[in-house]
Write a protein that binds this ligand. Structure first.
Ligand code: HEM
Length: 197
């Protein structure tokens, strides 16, 4: 079974790759598919934007949905993104709860001064517009339903997609400065139980 520290490490790499402002093939500034400062992706946009961003990195629809499951972890901070709140009631635990919440709760637009986001009936949980896309888009939705039903499948696909994301991130870091990489290089080890060093 995958240990928590390993899951967190992979989530961190995936998040860094998905939220990185530095891309190996930065598009021209006038390319309207991407945000002006190239901080990607933009949570306010729809399915076309998610595909523009993730297809460019070589991910497909299934992998976009799997990676988005990282939002089972953590929360939004008004002083960072402007959005506010956690996606799930267990923000330190990575499982398929994010998909079940997306599908089962009636999400409504939050009335507040901040950017448009969705809230559950309790007002404690939130979803970004880009999260809702996973149930609104007819090609994304079947993957959301599969992951909601099958936690093992979600974890397997999430780890696989995060592995790709972490390698992409390493490539970005290398492009920026080889000095940022460990001197012994990067090794890809199988996900086995063991004591973190
Ligand atoms: C699908 C497109 C995505 C969008 C639009 C998006 C957007 C966001 C936003 C707006 C936040 C809140 C930041 C803050 O206020 O601190 C956030 C947080 C987070 N994202 Fe994403 N994200 C996306 C994909 C991903 C992916 C692929 C991963 C990892 C595989 C990821 C992992 C996380 C995590 C773990 C947090 C919580 C951070 C914290 O608690 O400080 N996200 N994301």
């Amino acid at each position: 079974m995958t240990r928590l520290w390993e899951r967190e490490r992979f989530a961190r790499f995936g998040r860094a790759a998905a939220h990185s402002s530095v891309k190996p093939d930065t598009p021209p500034a006038k390319d309207k598919r991407f945000t002006p400062d190239d901080r990607l992706p933009d949570a306010a946009q729809g399915a076309a934007h998610l595909r523009d961003v993730f297809y460019r990195m070589g991910f497909n629809d299934q992998e976009i949905v799997a990676l988005s499951g990282a939002h089972a972890l953590g929360r939004c901070h008004p002083d960072a993104s402007g959005y506010s709140g956690p996606w799930t009631p267990t923000p330190t635990f990575l499982n398929n709860g994010y998909y079940n919440l997306l599908l089962r709760l009636p999400w409504t637009v939050k009335e507040w001064d901040g950017p448009m986001q969705f809230e559950d009936p309790s007002g404690k949980l939130m979803m970004l517009p880009s999260d809702l896309v996973l149930i609104q888009d007819k090609k994304f939705r079947p993957f959301t339903e599969q992951y909601a039903k099958d936690n093992g499948l979600f974890v397997k696909d999430f780890v696989a997609a995060c592995g790709i994301a972490s390698l992409l991130y390493a490539r970005v870091r290398l492009a920026v400065s080889p000095a940022l990489l460990p001197p012994h290089g990067i090794s890809c080890l199988p996900m086995t139980a063991g004591t973190p060093s």
